[in-house]
Design a protein around this ligand. Structure first.
Ligand code: NAI
Length: 327
């Protein structure tokens, strides 16, 4: 029972994969190469393939199928990078590996606190032994209203985290859920935007919410509002946000995701001239924190995605129940 693991990171995934494969009696082929037509031979003898968020289209799926692969699992929650329809037509099974929402929720609250307490500027000053206070006056969460847009798994976990701080929590979702009512008050999107001191985004990116935070929405917000995005970059119109930061309308922002991050994040691009101008601007502002899409990156995430991708492969190959199948 052999599994080929593509894009396998040596420094964190590999030891987990080796341990998991031994426990489950699986044979592994591991490579740090990303899956493509030029390395289909790495699946020789494998019925299952594990990938990350790299695209796997019809042509590649067909090449895998012809080489005997019947199961493809992605080591993340979203699977829009796999042509699930094509896999179905070929007779291949697609699976994912959902992990808990709490890592992202913790990170979100950390970003809120860092943004409202000017942590980027504090750390910048401390690094050059500038121990002055001017411009670093913070606020307390208990005095603030936090607006959560998207009350699914991560939004709800963030609201639960916030309940300990004594702040007022407003929330909005196109499908409200009962559990969130225990931690916040559902209001219209318009009200949330107008009344919140901090606005945090927790939706998937869809055609309906592309640039949901645009110049019009920003204009309605409170003066000095703080914006936190651990959802998806294109939920915010970057140009409009940069304008609102420069005008002072937005007091601070913390962005774990940005538009057009894909060829940048997770690569070492320090010697390159980059073309994402808004990202360069955001990095330059003392009141904007940028992190490279890593709110998910915890020990729990790592153990879960490795363990469950292997468990799913084993279940597939032995005909056992497989809760990770998505198509
Ligand atoms: P979920 O599916 O549990 O919740 C998403 C919620 O958003 C749902 O309740 C849904 O009804 C709501 N929603 C969808 N469209 C909406 C709209 N236009 N307006 C208001 N609400 C809307 O998803 P989960 O697990 O909470 O994840 C949320 C998002 O967080 C993911 O889709 C992903 O984009 C992002 N994410 C970011 C990570 C990071 O490392 N920064 C890691 C994992 C997820």
């Amino acid at each position: 029972m052999q599994v080929t693991v593509f894009s396998c990171r040596k420094y964190d995934e590999l030891p987990e994969f080796e341990k998991g494969a031994e426990e489950l009696g699986l044979k592994l082929v591991t490579t740090n190469e990303i899956p493509g037509l030029d390395n289909v031979h790495l699946t020789n003898g494998s019925r299952c393939v594990a990938i990350t968020t790299t695209p796997v289209g019809r042509e590649l799926l067909k090449a895998y199928y012809d080489n005997g692969v019947r199961y493809i699992v992605t080591r993340c929650i979203g699977y829009d990078h796999i042509d699930v329809e094509a896999a179905k037509e070929l007779g291949m099974t697609v699976a994912n590996t959902p992990y808990g929402p709490d890592g992202v929720a913790d990170y979100t609250v950390m970003l809120m606190l860092m943004a409202m307490r000017h942590m980027k500027a504090i750390m910048g000053r401390s690094a050059i032994q500038d121990y002055t206070l001017r411009g670093l006056l913070g606020r307390e969460l208990k005095d603030m209203t936090v607006g959560i847009i998207g009350t699914g798994r991560i939004g709800l976990s963030t609201m639960r985290n916030l309940s300990g701080f004594g702040c007022k929590v407003l929330c909005y979702d196109i499908f409200p859920n009962k559990a969130a009512e225990a931690y916040g008050e559902y209001v219209s999107l318009e009200d949330l935007i107008r009344k919140s001191d901090i606005i945090s985004l927790h939706m998937p990116l869809t055609e309906d919410n592309f640039h949901i935070i645009d110049a019009k929405a920003l204009a309605k917000m409170k003066q000095g509002v703080i914006i936190v995005n651990t959802g998806r970059g294109p939920l915010i119109d970057s140009k409009a946000l940069a304008d609102a930061i420069e005008s002072g309308k937005v007091g601070a922002a913390a962005l774990d995701v940005v538009e057009d991050e894909f060829s940048l994040y997770y690569y070492d691009r320090k010697s390159d001239v980059l073309t994402n101008r808004e990202l360069a601007l955001f990095r330059s502002y003392p009141n904007v924190i940028v992190s490279h899409h890593m709110a998910f990156y915890t020990e729990n995430y790592l153990k879960t995605i490795v363990r469950d991708s292997l468990r799913g492969c084993k279940a597939f190959m032995t005909g056992a129940d497989n809760p990770w199948v998505v198509g």
